[in-house]
Design a protein around this ligand. Structure first.
Ligand code: ADP
Length: 587
């Protein structure tokens, strides 16, 4: 039996039993009151009927005649009649000898009759030893009370009537209660049955059966509820189907991805992976496994740590066995999960290596023949006639240019060879810079340019490759002079100590040496600024060529900066000048 049914049924049961009891008690007492009132009136009327006879006999003091009359009348009307004088002396009684009766002057009904003109009392009679209802009236003559008549009745007759009345009331009440209970039973059932069906259907839905429907043959709010329920199950079923399809689609998509993919939960366990990833690491069935057990790469561990603290996408190049991969990670905030996607860049990387090898080999091989050509050209310069000299000058100029390119390419190849841990020495930047300024003083003044060097006196020494730092400064100052026609070239070296006091591109660096090379030259157009660090990239090819540029200078600078874990930025305005900012970490 359902709980709700029991609740409704027991609730109504208590209510009906309480109401029925109230009904019985109330009707019993109100009928009793009504009956007593009727009986009192009846006894009052009897008193009235006796009035003239009593007046007559009391006036004549015919007490024995009156007693005889009263005894006869009392027998006939089955009521007790008593006549009392105002002083309480009983002069006639239908059931006892008045001379043997005690004084009645203190009886409640007698006192009330004398004082109020009417008296009644329901009490136990010590004279006849029964419960009696007494009704008394004063008998008046010329405005004076000459006697009191009292008519009384046994209450046992009333009680008999009461018990009959009570039986009828109780029978009716029980019948009504039974009928109500049947009604409540039917009502409760009609109410709880659909609720029970609703509960069962809800349970079926929660266990995954979305095709459950609820049909009710009624026309009330429960029917509306059932219709809404059916509508909800239809929508749920459709949504669930759609989600299932989308999930399958996504699973197939992930499974079919060329790129390796894994999802790692906040504890570092793999919660999702695809075949491509399993191929990369050469292991299968890795769900639930700690990622570190299948991919022991410190770069990946560092990337995961960064993702958790920076909440942005980060990409790093990693090596797994013989392959090169771009590992791109994103943080999924609500579930604190991390998605890692592994793009295979082995072919591209190998091609790059072949290219680098080729450049390195070619520049190496070209060096000797070029030196020999240069030597012969210089020898010929002294012997050639004036007519052919311009041709030899062109050959010399171009040979010089090829030599510069080969030299720059050799430097670049060396830089790209990336030794795992470059050996750095403690370097005094001020001394290096002063020497380089000296080298450029002449070429700057030849162009009418002012060359300035400003620096912080107590600059901390940094660990660096002094030859490469020289190279960096030479390339940047050389460019500044090359691309400036008038004004000032400035080299500033300062120390950035406070975190955030200068725009720092690296979050974890808070102590940088800042090298700034600024000029008042031709400037670099905005659209070219992002590309000037590429190999052989020049803004104006003919101008660069004329000035002896190779298009490799900034590329070398960038590599040197990267080798020192630094950053390089350019700020430039066309026609106003350019500023290169190099940040080198102190530690
Ligand atoms: P290049 O040998 O041609 O100077 P770089 O790699 O050193 O090659 O520089 C690339 C290009 O960037 C240059 O061709 C030039 O257009 C531009 N550039 C570099 N430095 C400056 C500068 N200080 N002022 C204006 N343009 C510059």
């Amino acid at each position: 039996m359902s709980k709700i049914f029991l609740k409704i049924f027991i609730g109504f049961l208590i209510l009906i039993v309480a109401l029925t009891t109230l009904f019985i008690v109330f009707s019993y007492y109100s009928v009793r009151e009504q009956y007593l009132e009727t009986l009192t009136n009846h006894l009052k009327n009897l008193n009235y009927l006796l009035k003239s006879k009593i007046v007559q006999d009391v006036e004549n003091k015919n007490y024995s005649v009156l007693d005889y009359y009263i005894k006869k009348l009392g027998k006939n009307i089955e009521a007790r009649i008593t006549v009392i004088l105002p002083d309480g002396l009983v002069i006639a009684d239908s059931e006892r000898d008045p001379s043997k009766m005690e004084n009645h002057g203190t009886r409640t009904e007698i006192v009330q009759a004398i004082n109020n003109g009417f008296g009644s009392s329901l009490r136990y009679s010590h004279t006849i030893h029964e419960d009696m209802l007494y009704v008394a009236l004063p008998i008046m003559k010329e405005g004076k009370i000459i006697a009191v008549s009292r008519v009384s009745m046994h209450t046992k007759d009333i009680d008999k009537l009461y018990s009959q009345l009570r039986n009828s009331i109780v029978t009716i009440a029980i019948l009504l209660t039974l009928l109500s209970l049947i009604g409540i039973l039917l009502f409760s059932l009609s109410f709880t049955k659909p609720i029970k069906s609703l509960v069962e259907s809800s349970k079926r839905i929660s266990s995954g059966d979305f095709d459950t429907k609820l049909f009710l043959k009624r026309n009330d709010e429960l029917k509306v509820l059932a219709d809404s329920f059916n509508e909800m199950t239809t929508k749920l079923s459709a949504s669930f189907k759609e989600i299932k399809e989308q999930k399958e689609e996504l699973s197939q998509l992930i499974a079919g991805l060329q790129e390796g993919l894994i999802v790692i939960d906040k504890l570092g366990k793999i919660t999702l992976s695809n075949k491509s990833f399993e191929r990369i690491i050469g292991k299968a069935n890795i769900l639930g496994v700690d990622y570190w057990t299948v991919l022991q790469d410190t770069k990946v561990a560092k990337l995961i740590k960064q993702l958790k603290s920076q909440f942005r996408s980060i990409t790093k190049e990693i090596r797994v066995d013989d392959g090169y991969f771009l590992c791109s990670g994103s943080y999924i905030e609500p579930k604190e999960e991390i998605i890692l996607i592994f793009y295979n860049i082995t072919d591209r990387k190998n091609l790059e290596l072949v290219k680098k090898d080729f450049i390195s080999n070619a520049s190496h091989e070209l060096r000797t023949p070029l030196t020999s050509i240069k030597g012969y050209v210089e020898t010929l310069q002294t012997e050639i006639d004036e007519k052919h000299k311009p041709f030899l000058d062109i050959i010399e100029k171009n040979t010089d240019r090829i030599i510069r390119i080969v030299e720059d390419l050799t430097i670049l190849s060396e830089l790209e060879e990336k030794k795992q841990e470059p050996e750095f020495q403690e370097v005094n930047l001020i001394d290096i810079s002063k020497n380089i300024i000296k080298i450029f003083e002449q070429s700057a003044s030849a162009k009418g340019l002012i060359l300035q060097f400003n620096y912080d006196e107590n600059l901390p020494p940094i660990k660096a490759d002094s030859f490469k730092i020289e190279q960096l400064l030479i390339n940047l100052i050389d460019n500044a002079i090359k691309y400036t026609n008038e004004g000032t070239i400035q080299l500033n070296i300062t120390n950035e100590v406070e975190e955030g006091s200068q725009p720092s591109p690296k979050d974890n660096v808070n102590n940088n040496i800042i090298i700034e090379i600024s000029d008042t030259g031709i400037g670099i157009p905005k659209e070219h600024q992002s590309r000037i660090f590429e190999r052989f990239y020049t803004v104006d090819k003919s101008r660069s060529k004329k000035l002896g540029g190779t298009g490799l200078g900034l590329s070398i600078v960038k590599h040197i900066v990267q080798l020192h874990n630094g950053e390089i930025k350019v700020e430039s305005e066309l026609g106003k000048g350019t500023r290169f900012i190099v940040l080198l970490p102190v530690s």
